[in-house]
Write a protein that binds this ligand. Sequence first.
Ligand SMILES: [Fe+2]
Length: 244
Amino acid sequence: MPHYVDLHAHYLPALDDGATDPAMSLQMLRAIAALGFSELFATPHQRAGMFMPERAAIDRAFEAAQAQAVEVDLTAKLGLGAENFWDAVLLQRLRDRTVPSYGGGPAFLFEIPNQLMPPNLENELFDLRVGGMLPVMAHPERYAAIQRDISLAEKLGRHAALMVDLGALDGAHGKAEMKTARRLVLEGLATAAASDIHRPADQTSVAAGMAWIRKQRGPAALDRLLDQNPRRLLSGDLPEAGEA
Ligand SMILES: [Fe+2]
């Protein structure tokens, strides 16, 4: 039975650099569901000056995707979140407690600039945890500071979940990203993994990343990264490093 939870995907059409239309959106949903996923969270980008679809447009796209999924008897459940870029808009939303999180719960997905670690990030994440939020860092393998020094991932991982892109494990995003993603999984620093699917063709590298985890760490680790830990995150519970 499919039982994995995908916490990072761009299948809602015409909102960001993901699916361009409803037909492609459905293709992507089917592509991920076929890999054993039963819960598929849409995480459209929220990034000032680049992708900032309005809340109402996101809700409309999500409702349409759900209706389409019902129409074609897709058995997977759809959920809604957002990929929040660490910018002034996000910081304000965090202060106002209006950040678009997973299903309106405590966990929210965020990304930071690849080349520049926000100053004071570790303390900010700590404060968010104390305030009852659960920050989930998207593709930690992509950030130069973590590529240079893996111990930074360990520090950030005390206050945030680290969610690697499955495709990165197969080299879909570059060599440095692959090396770092693999290290995060092998050293137990990755809390979860996700598709980050942007196009139906991404299915191939996502499947290869899953196969890599199964081969290197075994099926129980794949279950932790794609089933148990994502579900814990959704309920606001941060698994400790090593538990992953
Ligand atoms: Fe993404």
